[in-house]
Design a protein around this ligand. Structure first.
Ligand code: COA
Length: 260
């Protein structure tokens, strides 16, 4: 697939996917959502890629939301379909990937942009970042999982206030809320994401994939996360990575995980 709206680069086991519509502050149109799905899927299946970083191009925005020009004249059914497709193709899809996905939030992350960052496994931000879910100011609500993931990350009261006021919070407030893990300068943002990625890469990819499944189960209705943890824990005992990790520890050497 030839991409029009995203850039992809791979270096030392890290795939960086950059949303690249700077003139529209990287707003997510349907085409960009499809391209992101495609690039993420390829990276997730590529065994040489251990971590995926998602960021925005330019120095102003991560993603300033879903592309408002695409849905301004939608009716009820089209609105429902927009949210359902988007959640399926991109937002739930990212959350359930086996490869860790870090959002490097480098400016405005609004509406669908913050929803995208929240669907990633965790977030780091530059000090100029501004985050919010301003949908009610447009007469709509967040539709790409924002009403669910924001309270999971910041708590119900803060999510209610952010969504009801349609306001933006700055990077340090986002850190205080637990919405982002680290704040740094814009220049240091990708190096920081890469530094964290390199720590992740030292560990077993199959164990990390199992941990993602177990952690996500905590946030899924009708799933008993403890049972998922027991199942995933047990599965790890059948992997070569487990054998290598425990053997290396007992032999007092660094593990060389085969990744299976
Ligand atoms: N959808 C479509 N286009 C968008 C967009 C979005 N979510 N966000 C920004 N853009 C476009 C603008 O229309 C403008 O395009 P133009 O130059 O062709 O007119 C361009 O990006 C630059 O945005 P602009 O508003 O001129 O920049 P700004 O610095 O004055 O303001 C924001 C920045 C982020 C405050 C403002 O763009 C904004 O409020 N965007 C919408 C945020 C939003 O409501 N997101 C949720 C959508 S569900």
């Amino acid at each position: 697939m030839k991409y029009k709206n995203i850039l992809t680069a791979t270096n030392n086991g890290i795939a960086t996917i950059t949303i690249n519509r700077p003139s529209k502050l990287n707003a997510l149109n349907i085409e960009t959502i499809d391209e992101l799905h495609h690039a993420l899927n390829i990276s997730d299946k590529d065994k040489s890629i251990k971590v995926i970083v998602v960021t925005g191009s330019g120095d102003k925005a991560f993603v300033a939301g879903a592309d408002i020009s695409e849905f301004a004249d939608f009716d009820i059914e089209e609105g429902k379909e927009l949210a359902a497709n988007g959640q399926d193709v991109l937002f739930n899809f990212i959350e359930n990937l086996s490869t860790p996905v870090i959002a490097a939030v480098n400016g405005f992350a609004l509406g669908g942009g913050l929803e995208l960052a929240m669907a990633c496994h965790f977030r780091v931000a530059s000090d100029n970042a501004k985050m919010g879910l301003p949908e009610v100011s447009l007469g709509v609500i967040p539709g790409y999982g924002g009403t669910q993931r924001l309270p999971q990350l910041v708590g119900k009261g803060r999510a209610m206030e952010m969504i009801m006021t349609a306001g933006m919070i700055d990077a340090n407030t986002a850190k205080e809320y637990g919405l982002v893990n680290h704040v740094t300068t814009q220049e240091e943002l990708l190096p920081l994401a890469e530094k964290i990625a390199s720590k992740i890469m030292r560990n077993s990819t199959v164990a990390i994939a199992a941990a993602i499944k177990a952690i996500n189960a905590n946030f899924k209705d009708g799933k008993d996360g403890y049972q998922v943890e027991i199942k995933q824990f047990g599965k790890c005992f059948g992997t070569d990575d487990f054998h290598e990790g425990t053997t290396a520890f007992l032999e007092k050497r660094k593990a060389e995980f085969p990744g299976k």
